[in-house]
Design a protein around this ligand. Structure first.
Ligand SMILES: [Zn+2]
Length: 124
């Protein structure tokens, strides 16, 4: 089990008892370290730490990966989304690819449903 650090730049400044670590006499508040986190793609121990990160680096990250500068449009080509029949129970769940514009439906396997790279959308 590998431990990872919370990526919040101010994590060590949020004073909670579980952050106090170190040898007796030299204890300090430290960045949280866990086997898993729930926030921000498992990178942050709390929403506070996720927000701290965004406040510090959000603009840089958006500029790096591409800022949205014009409206995107939902069209037939990019309106596909994965869904399942909410009345069907696991393991017999019925997976469906639906088009939000044309209302077309196509069957989907569980594997395709879980595969993030499997996608019918062709437009932006
Ligand atoms: Zn944190």
């Amino acid at each position: 089990m590998s431990l990872r650090f919370c990526q919040g730049p101010e994590c060590h400044t949020h004073k909670t008892k579980d952050r106090i670590k170190g040898m007796k006499g030299s204890k300090t508040y430290q960045t949280r370290r866990r086997s898993s986190f729930y926030y921000g793609g498992e990178n942050f121990c709390s929403l506070n730490c996720q927000n701290d990160w965004f406040n510090e680096y959000g603009d840089l990250a958006i500029d790096h990966f591409g800022r949205t500068t014009k409206a995107k449009h939902l069209t037939e080509e990019n309106a596909w989304y994965k869904d399942y029949d909410w009345y069907s129970d696991y393991p017999n769940r019925q997976y469906i690819y639906r088009n939000d514009i044309t209302k077309e439906q196509r069957p989907l396997t569980e594997e395709q449903y879980n595969d993030k790279s499997y996608n019918l959308n062709t437009g932006e």
